[in-house]
Design a protein around this ligand. Structure first.
Ligand code: NAI
Ligand code: A1CAB
Length: 476
């Protein structure tokens, strides 16, 4: 480990550039910095400043005390997956990504190194960091040691002011206000310059007047005991030109242009990560293009055969145990108790090997479901069993995949319940609708018990997700 403060930026784009502009020659020297960025041009720009670069995460990252994740939110999960195995116990992780919560980030980091995930700080800087005039909102998870908070504060103070927030949601407000704020101000400057030019000033005159006005007004507001509203009134003579301009200007610009986007941004931010397909999409695209992903373990033929055998055994047993001699009472069969275990198997396969391979095992299981039902019952029941099995399993795989990055229990629980309901009513409906069998009563009893068993299967899922259900690439 180097002696001076060493910082690795994962993502060396605009914001990393602004932060490094403030840090270099101040808190750090170029030799203390590493920039990991797949973009060749970006790396060359950093190398020309004497900063070490890498195209991808590697062992060298472990020498850096502070890691700043400065990638776009949509590639964050991928960037963490590629780098987290090099985390050390004392690495301080800082994320500057907008809208990604510490819960998501810690979840992604935790998969490799639980101890490091607690040293996680989220922050929201802004581009004036480049000239050490930035302001950064900071939020630390409750168990982050004070030494790490101090270190984060030192790093970010070197590029401007810092504001700690106690409540993570406030960081979204910081993003809307000061994170994005420079863009609002630059647009305002552009508008002032364009307005000045349209009134007969030269570009240079208009620019000087606009910039100096903004600088002077900002300094006055920062140094004055009067609130900005009072300072505005001081400029505005009743019935004068300023009042006339402000009437249109304040409404048209400050309200429509600033407040609404700001509010919209604030309400949009928490949903941002959820609503956009990007966080999972690089991995999903990879999965579609290449089943041998780094996120999911490749499934060997032996593993496939074993999974199919286990799935087949549960399906065949359940088909036998659903027969009249195994009815526990008028509305419950032993088959209803064993069958949900199929979904536990699918979920573990999905978690470890990914949805494509889980679907492959389920497709072979489907053949078992039809054959097994056909052997013990008539063709209508066999069709019902096959249709219900396939539909419910594919739904389970889809929903599980969508929820896999949420809290550990959400994917198996929600996917399992939806699948159990669809499975039961499809099976009983297709098999018995229009016959004398009291299928609605049977289905209701059946679904009730399946839902309870599904909830109980969360315990084995929780135990097995760390070994049987854990991708080997994540174990590394
Ligand atoms: N630009 C701004 O004013 C602010 C940005 N932020 C946050 O900073 C983050 C970065 O934003 P910008 O710098 O504007 O984006 P950017 O696009 O300029 O930079 C992102 C960099 O990440 C690199 N990258 C992509 N995939 C990568 C991977 N897997 N591993 C390592 N590097 C990878 C890209 O090549 C690019 O150079 C975002 O999460 C944003 O929310 C926060 C505050 C202000
Ligand atoms: O536009 C963005 O997403 C980032 C967040 C704050 C400033 N830029």
């Amino acid at each position: 480990m180097k002696n001076s403060l060493t910082i690795a930026f994962i993502g060396g784009g605009n914001m990393a550039g602004a932060m490094l502009g403030g840090l270099l020659g101040n808190l750090c020297q170029p030799q203390d910095i590493l920039v990991v960025d797949p973009n060749q041009e970006t790396r060359s720009a950093w190398e020309s400043k004497g900063v070490a670069t890498a195209a991808a995460a590697s062992e060298v990252l472990s020498q850096y005390k502070v890691w700043i994740y400065a990638v776009k939110p949509q590639v964050m999960q991928q960037a963490i997956h590629a780098s987290h195995r090099f985390l050390q116990k004392d690495t301080l992780v800082i994320s500057i990504a907008a809208g990604l919560t510490t819960t998501s980030l810690a979840g992604w980091l935790d998969q490799a190194e639980p101890a490091s995930a607690t040293r996680l700080i989220r922050c929201m800087p802004n581009t004036p960091a480049l000239i050490r005039q930035g302001i950064t909102g900071l939020y630390a998870m409750p168990d982050v040691p004070s030494s790490d908070r101090d270190l984060a504060q030192d790093v970010l103070s070197s590029i401007g002011e810092v504001v700690w927030v106690d409540n993570e949601a406030q960081l979204d407000a910081v993003t809307a206000l000061s994170g994005s704020g420079p863009a609002y101000v630059f647009l305002f400057i552009e508008s002032l310059i364009a307005g000045g030019i349209s009134l007969g000033l030269s570009q240079e005159q208009a620019q000087r007047l606009a910039l100096s006005t903004l600088k002077g007004a900002s300094l006055l507001a920062a140094g004055s005991e009067d609130p900005p509203a009072r300072l505005r009134e001081n400029v505005t003579s009743p019935g004068g030109t300023t009042a006339a301009a402000l009437n249109r200007f304040a409404q048209a610009i400050l309200q429509d242009w600033y407040r609404r986007p700001c509010r919209r941004l604030m309400t949009a931010l928490p949903k941002w990560h959820r609503s956009r397909p990007q966080p999972a999409s690089p991995l999903k695209i990879q999965e579609r293009n290449n089943m041998n992903t780094t996120r999911f373990e490749k499934m060997t033929i032996k593993q496939t055969l074993l999974a199919v055998a286990i799935m087949g055994l549960i399906i065949v047993s359940s088909n036998i145990l659903v027969q009249p001699q195994f009815h526990i009472n008028a509305w419950l069969t032993w088959g209803a108790i064993t069958y949900p275990i199929c979904f536990l198997v699918t979920d573990l396969l999905n978690r470890r090997f990914g949805p494509a391979r889980a679907r492959r095992v389920v497709s072979i299981g489907f053949i078992f479901a039809v054959l097994a039902s056909y052997a013990v019952a008539d063709s209508r029941i066999a069709i019902a069993s096959g249709v219900a099995f396939l539909t419910a399993q594919l739904l389970d795989i889809l929903v599980f995949d969508r929820l896999r990055d949420k809290s550990w229990w959400k994917a198996p629980f929600i996917a399992g319940w939806l699948a159990a309901i669809i499975d039961t009513f499809l099976f009983f409906g297709v098999a018995f609708a229009g016959t004398d069998v009291p299928w609605v009563t049977l289905a209701t009893g059946d679904v009730g018990i399946k839902l309870i068993i599904n909830a109980m299967l969360l315990a084995p899922f929780r135990v097995l997700m760390w070994n049987l259900g854990r991708p080997r690439s994540v174990q590394a």
